[in-house]
Design a protein around this ligand. Structure first.
Ligand code: ZN
Length: 247
């Protein structure tokens, strides 16, 4: 059965001398694997669209537990990512996070839209890398069944406070007055970081990356989002560790 999907190439493995094996986040079938015969050769019709980070349209047919790529057409190459190792590494981390969070053979159009926006902002370099990474982490986790509860302090119901705490293990917040329980790991959030956390989870996707933060707030927001990702995955990822060696 033939299948036409739109998607982003998350990972490319070489297969033999001339072939490529691609892991693709698709709109209709989640994360799938596709074999592209001869795609390593520049002359091959599928060579451009089967590179990492490319957004394109793919015609596939099923073969056992993977797909064979017939035709492909690229739409967005995000070439700006190649200009900076930090933004490239962040993009690689978001690709690995996607592979961890998105199941195979299930619709993932919302996740794909989110990834397209994140890669676009990283490629254009119009927002700090940490801001794009943190907003993407919070949103990816939220739409993958790990929605945090950032509405109010879990103890007293306060909406705002100069200082609040985010608890990565439970995805809850508390205010400075109520504090955290003994032994509970929490990250301090000033007003700027708290607003950013709420925005990253509840804002319309079109506006997700359209904000800015002072350095101190950005650090808190970035630390909170990353701690939440590690807590929910119950592990760190190799691409995240690599990103840290670059920072
Ligand atoms: Zn409270």
């Amino acid at each position: 059965m033939n299948l036409t999907v739109s998607g982003i190439v998350l990972k490319v493995s070489q297969s033999g001398d001339s072939d490529r094996f691609c892991t693709i986040l698709t709109d209709s079938h989640g994360v799938i694997s596709a074999f592209a015969k001869g795609a390593k050769s520049m002359k091959n019709k599928n060579s451009t669209a089967t590179a990492q980070f490319v957004y394109g349209h793919f015609e596939l047919y099923r073969r056992r537990d993977y797909y064979i790529m017939d035709e492909s057409q690229y739409e967005e190459l995000y070439t700006g990512l190649r200009e900076d190792i930090l933004r490239l590494s962040a993009a690689q981390y978001l690709c690995q996070l996607t592979m961890e969070l998105v199941p195979e053979e299930q619709p993932a159009a919302g996740f794909l839209q989110l990834m397209r926006a994140a890669l676009w902002y990283l490629s254009e370099n119009s927002r700090p890398m940490q801001l794009v990474k943190a907003a993407a982490e919070m949103r990816m986790l939220s739409i993958s069944g790990y929605m945090p509860d950032l509405v109010m302090c879990r103890e007293c119901g306060a909406y705002e406070h100069d200082l609040m705490y985010f608890i990565p293990a439970t995805g809850q917040i508390t205010c400075d007055k109520c504090g955290v329980k003994g032994g509970e790991y929490a990250i301090k959030l000033g007003r700027g970081a708290m607003t950013a956390m709420r925005h990253s989870v509840y804002a319309d996707l079109k506006k997700l990356f359209a904000f800015s933060l002072q350095d101190e707030s950005l650090k808190q927001f970035s630390d909170a989002a990353e701690a939440f990702a590690i807590s929910k995955l119950e592990k760190s990822l190799t691409t995240l560790e690599f990103l840290h060696t670059m920072m």
